[in-house]
Every structure is written in structure tokens, then in C-alpha cells.
Design a protein around this ligand. Structure first.
Ligand SMILES: *Cc1c(COP(=O)(O)O)cnc(C)c1O
Length: 287
């Protein structure tokens, strides 16, 4: 098993946000994973399986966190890692993280979707394993987070709130919860192309159809958020609860704030990544 000690992250009670929204709000702190995002859960499984299959390396397209995670687990496994990122669109912290552990980071002139195409081409042509969330091993690994939430809370929450980029994490949580789903409240950026929440800068969510199914099955809601709404939620969780996540991670809380929830409900907001990853965005909070 290729592991860096991922998972078993804290489920933190959020007393001030609970009072503000008149609910019982919890934060699933995924920034506490080894490379600072939930991507590690899926990467541990995907890289372990890649080794079993005799892969020469792993490849992915990334808005940053997948790259940092793939790079670390590949280094751990002694595999090569190639990462395609849209030029200039990924936070400096994440690129540095990937390079530090030896990944071959290739910036391309184009969108995340173009990077994704390049990653699939390399996988097809050179025997690399693609570790984007189209790889079912990723979904399987990430599903562990839902089971932890149930264990830590002692029950399925009424609501699960999370950011929606490509939708892989939404699908993974639905798999992890199994038959009994909480109501899914998803926050996506209105400005998917160039939101300051760079982790969810994805124009065409690859899991869109499955996410539609999860929303339907769970009687869920998709909330489209302005930049201001994301920033406000990000500031709130930092100032009121002392948890410094990255901007994209606050989209779930922003969605809860915008959609309105029934009083007294138990709500778990998944904070997907660590604030230190994006020093440029952090200037906004510090200002
Ligand atoms: C990858 C990522 C997301 C988006 O997750 P999807 O599975 O693409 O919907 C959100 N926040 C952070 C910090 C991420 O790294």
C-alpha cells in the first residue's frame, strides 16, 4: 500500500457558524491530509493500483491539488509523475509542491480541458496511468471520507455541503454514503473560467451527469456563487472558526449561506484544501 497517512481527518464542530445559521454545523477538515487536500485519499488508492499494474508512471491534468498529490504519491512509490497544468492558472504553492517532490510539470497554453486531453494522450501512448478522477480508483479512495463522517458524527448528517469543480468528490461522497444520502448542497463558481478559487477553475465538469443524478437522488441543490460570496464564506470560516482553508474550499459554506437551511439541521461542510496552498489569494484575506 502506497500511503502517506491520508484520511482520518478531523470533523470539527463550528459553534459560531452554527449560531449564525441556526443549524448544527461541522467542518470536515480535509486540509489536514498529507499534501493538504482531499485528493490524497484517492491518490493513495490510484497510485497503489498503478504500481500493481506495473505502470512506468502516473499522469494527470490539474488545477493544482491533484498535481501536488499525484507527485507526492508517485515519489513515495518510486514512479515518474507527469503533470499538465493550464499556464498561469495554478497557484504557486501547488506547483512548488509538485516540483519539490520531483514531478515533471508541463504548463500548456490552454484550459484545464486541454490539459486533460494531453494527460489522456500520454496515458494512451506511453503506458502511464491517468490519475484524474475519471480513474475509478480515485473515486473509491475518496469515498472513505463519507464513511468517516458517518462514524465521527454517529449518523448521516441532514446536509452535506461541498465545492463543485469537476464533480469527482461529489460522486465519491455519494458512493461512500451508499443507500442513505444526506441532502447534497453544492457550490460552484459563477465564473468557472477564471474564479479566484483556482481549485474549481473547471469549465466543463467531467462528472456533470453523475452529479445531476446525485442531486436528484438526494433532493439536493446546486448554488452558483459570485466571487464575493465565496470570499465572504472563506473569510467567515477563518475569522470565526480559526480554520484557514483555500478559497475553493469555502464554496460549500457559501452555498449553505446562500440557499438557506431549515433550523436545527446537522450540516457537514467539507473544507477540501489548506489555505497555505495559495499565497496570492491569501493577500486578500490578510488585507
Ligand atoms: C479538486 C478540488 C475541488 C473540486 O473537487 P471536484 O472533485 O473536482 O469537484 C475543490 N476544492 C479543492 C481544494 C480541490 O483541490
Amino acid at each position: 500500500m502506497i500511503t502517506l497517512g491520508e484520511g482520518n481527518t478531523p470533523l470539527l464542530r463550528a459553534p459560531r457558524l452554527s449560531e449564525r445559521f441556526d443549524v448544527e454545523l461541522w467542518l470536515k477538515w480535509e486540509g489536514a491530509n498529507p499534501t493538504g487536500s482531499f485528493k490524497d485519499r484517492g491518490m493513495a488508492v490510484a497510485v497503489t493500483r498503478a504500481v500493481e499494474r506495473g505502470a512506468t508512471g502516473v499522469v494527470c491534468a490539474s488545477t493544482g491539488n491533484t498535481a501536488a498529490s499525484a507527485a507526492a504519491y508517485a515519489a513515495r512509490a518510486g514512479l515518474r509523475a507527469v503533470v499538465f497544468t493550464p499556464r498561469g492558472a495554478v497557484s504557486r504553492g501547488k506547483v512548488a509542491q509538485a516540483r519539490a517532490v520531483g514531478a515533471d510539470v508541463r504548463e500548456i497554453d490552454g484550459t484545464f480541458e486541454d490539459a486533460h486531453r494531453e494527460a489522456r494522450r500520454l496515458a494512451d501512448e506511453e503506458g502511464f496511468v491517468n490519475v484524474n478522477s475519471i480513474n475509478p480508483d480515485r473515486i473509491e479512495g475518496q469515498a472513505s471520507a463519507a464513511r468517516e463522517v458517518v462514524q465521527q458524527l454517529g449518523r448521516v448528517p441532514d446536509v452535506l455541503a461541498l465545492p463543485y469543480g469537476g464533480g469527482g468528490n461529489t460522486v465519491a461522497y455519494a458512493v461512500g454514503f451508499g443507500e442513505r444520502l444526506p441532502r447534497f448542497v453544492l457550490g460552484e463558481a459563477e465564473r468557472r473560467q477564471d474564479t479566484f478559487a483556482s481549485a474549481i477553475r473547471i469549465v466543463e465538469p467531467v462528472h456533470r451527469l453523475e452529479v445531476g443524478g446525485v442531486l436528484k437522488r438526494s433532493d439536493g441543490t446546486l448554488v452558483t456563487l459570485t466571487e464575493e460570496q465565496i470570499e465572504e464564506a472563506w473569510r467567515l470560516v477563518a475569522r470565526e472558526e480559526g480554520v484557514f482553508c483555500e478559497p475553493a474550499s469555502a464554496a460549500g459554506i457559501a452555498a449553505v449561506a446562500a440557499s438557506g437551511t431549515a433550523a436545527g439541521q446537522s450540516i457537514v461542510c467539507v473544507l477540501t484544501g489548506h489555505g497555505l496552498k495559495d499565497p496570492d489569494a491569501t493577500e486578500r484575506l490578510a488585507a
